[in-house]
Design a protein around this ligand. Structure first.
Ligand code: HEC
Length: 302
């Protein structure tokens, strides 16, 4: 085997094994850092927060103070430790609300009060913590907005309709609501197109990219939600499954032999390729070492 080929193989292997997913930093806007809880943290709230934590957070972050978080990239870390505890309540609240892959966005999963309760629970592991004076979220408008989603076949568009519930319980179309559309992927979700604002009829229309992969029958799971980063409204997202994607023959995450799955489920070709490259590399190493030894022998005997 030529020297160039060997170098090429070694390079290839180091690229394959050396590739790492680089972690992005997770910055919280200053005005969100300054947010304080609207209520006083009480022992009852901590108990409630513990339940919320066990149900929603423990699987990744482990038990607070026990350093037994799941080995993920980036590492979730122990939330009782300094890295998390030195953050403001507003900062932690923002992170729980918005999430960051692989951490889910809890905006529509955990109600606001429970998100604060989790923080109250986490603070109970920090003897130095003193709660800042509670302040009602001045921004909360009390509006309640519900989204609905439809696929318009002739237009090949997703139409999201926003309705607002008024004090007298009537429903009216809500104009000026910012809507984000996302499609479910294996990990988290992917935003589709730009953010849209609802018109006077409460409608926001999204064009669906023609080349978006769906499952094997072309189905895609869509979620439309209100862009409301400051939690000024009570919002209900809309979800729907539509056969508008490109049928893609890709096995699901939990199905057998997906290459990102655990080793027992890895596809055979991948295992073979991997084993083969290991053998080849060892072969090259042994070949080089033996050549060096041969040269040495020749020079000492020659
Ligand atoms: C699917 C796994 C997963 C779940 C479930 C999860 N998280 Fe996370 N969380 C992560 C990961 C991973 C990070 C690190 C993200 C980063 O640093 O980019 C993280 C980071 C955080 C941070 C920032 C920590 C720091 O040191 O800066 C906080 C706070 C947090 N999570 C709170 C929670 C809470 C509270 C819950 C439950 C309501 C929760 N997480 C549920 C995976 C998860």
């Amino acid at each position: 085997m030529g020297f160039k080929k060997q170098v090429f193989l070694l390079l290839l292997l180091s690229v394959v094994t050396g590739t790492r997913v680089s972690a992005q930093t997770w910055v919280v806007p200053d005005d969100q850092k300054a947010v304080v809880a609207p209520m006083k943290f009480t022992p009852d709230m901590q108990k409630q927060g513990e339940q919320v934590y066990l149900k929603n957070c423990q699987s990744c972050h482990g038990l607070p103070g026990k350093d037994n978080w799941a080995k993920l990239t980036p590492p979730p870390g122990d939330l009782a430790k300094e890295k998390a505890q030195k953050q403001t309540d507003g900062e932690i609240f923002y992170r729980i609300t918005t999430g960051k892959i692989p951490m889910p966005e809890f905006r529509n999963i955990i109600p606001e009060d429970d998100r604060w309760a989790v923080i109250a629970f986490l603070r109970s592991f920090n003897p130095k913590y003193v709660q800042p004076a509670p302040k009602a979220l001045a921004a909360f408008t009390g509006r309640s907005v519900t989204l609905e989603m439809q696929y318009s076949d002739p237009m090949k568009k997703i139409v999201v309709t926003a309705h607002e519930k008024l004090k007298d319980n009537s429903n009216v179309p809500a104009a000026g609501i910012e809507v984000l559309l996302s499609v479910k992927r294996y990990f988290g979700s992917l935003q589709v197109g730009e953010m849209r604002t609802t018109n006077a009829r409460g409608e926001a229309t999204f064009e669906f990219p023609a080349d978006l992969p769906g499952n094997n029958t072309g189905n895609v799971d869509l979620t439309a939600r209100v862009n409301d980063p400051k939690s000024q409204m009570k919002t209900t997202p809309a979800t729907g499954t539509f056969a508008i994607g490109v049928p893609t023959d890709r096995p699901g995450l939990t199905e057998t032999r997906a290459w990102w799955s655990t080793r027992g489920n890895a596809p055979i070709w991948l295992l073979l390729t991997y084993t083969l490259s290991v053998i080849i590399v060892w072969g090259i190493i042994i070949y080089i070492v033996s050549s060096i030894l041969k040269i040495k022998k020749l020079s000492t005997h020659g």
